[in-house]
Write a protein that binds this ligand. Sequence first.
Ligand code: GLU
Ligand code: ZN
Length: 494
Amino acid sequence: MGIRVRYAPSPTGLQHIGGVRTALFNYFFAKSRGGEFILRIEDTDRERYSENALTDLNNTFNWLGIEVDEGPDKGGEYGPYVQSERTELYREHARRLVESGNAYYCYCSQERLEKLREKQANEKQDFGYDRKCREISVSEADEHKRDSTKPVIRLKIPLEGETVFHDYLLGEIKKKNIDINPDPVLLKSDSYPTYHLANVIDDHFMNITHILRAQEWLPSCPLHIVLYNAFGWKQPQYCHLPMVMGSNGQKLSKRDGATAVREFVEKGYLKEAIINHVSLIGWSYDDSREFFTKEELEKLFTLDKLNKAPGVFDYKKLDWFNGHYIRQKSNEELKELLIPYLVKYGFVEPEKLTEMAGFIDEIVSLTRDRLKVLSDIKELTWFFFKEVDSYAPEEIIPKKLDAAKTREILEVVKKHLPDVFSKPEEKVEELFKSLAESIGVKLGDFIMPLRVTVTGSNVSPPIIGSLKLLGIEKAAARIDRVINILNDEVGNNE
Ligand code: GLU
Ligand code: ZN
């Protein structure tokens, strides 16, 4: 049988970087080995179930361009791929375990369990069921049936010996049975399975060959092995993936809102950058290669290049990848990517897109080298679409100059504005150089007030291109406005 792997999210929240890493590694592993990548929805926790989470999952996969071979929408011969549609299978198998002596009905009331929990907490113990119902007699069980207490089904963890399994990355793992959580619930009193039961049954019946999942599931693994053994099933190959850390050295938390994929999309990260960076969290091809496209990873990904050490999700590195992939786009592609942002910020009305196509083209060429994320387009270009609210003299006047000298700069530029708009950029550059020289200021000090005047900010796209795109009338009006402000300044100082 070929390789079959799955991504098995619980639809309880947004997709985060960690989940995407798991999904991608499974997907790349399947692709590179000619296997199948399966999506399974583990929705047995009805209280935490959220429809939004499912939508977010689908959006994320679509955005990344991950196609599943089998799954809820795609179908497949091992379906259904949604656990809430498979509950009969779990019930039947839980009953089977009771019959074979590997599981038992537990009639303990919530009250009793709560008391037990309190007592253990007082003794500073982790909660563990005390196995009261493990050896319950038939007559006692009959009594419970009569008083219609709804039982749960618990797994009998062996009282002796140890449970052993092999992890591809971590090697042989042994756990004394006495240290495994005493007798976890498999089937809840509402007849829904717990994660453990449904997960193991599905991996078995869906013929999953390899389980690549986050290391946070490692502690549950011995329990899953006990289940495989109880059913008499063959274990899949496990590979718990290296941890994902933040650049602060802390474990990257799901609760850290900033790692939700949706937010990266909104900020304007490209899928190429996310895929590239995320694939290098705990995996490396060799010591030097950094750039990988999705298509390349579909061929190159192998488990033997996983690292044992935790991997780091680093925003700086992601920005760097993003800049790289933005620069790889053609102007036309980048334009398509930027238009939604121009619309979102109210810079361009959707009906005017055709009319403004030429202008938008110019904006794209002007800013493409300065964009880290697509949403940077807001800070870089707002001054084309809106008036500058206000100018602060201290931002206009260079440190080494005074108001009068700064005014002189703007006056001289104003005088030469027709040249600025008629000459090619290189010539304007020369012009600015000679004008700066003629009034005795450094080119940097000459450009700075002009930049703030024209763009409302001291960081902007290239100044000459910005001026030209803004148009002579608006440029002249802004220069006049600032000259007036400087007039007042000069007056005040006299
Ligand atoms: N439903 C689990 C999750 O949300 C699946 C864990 C596993 O891959 O076994 O991550
Ligand atoms: Zn009990």
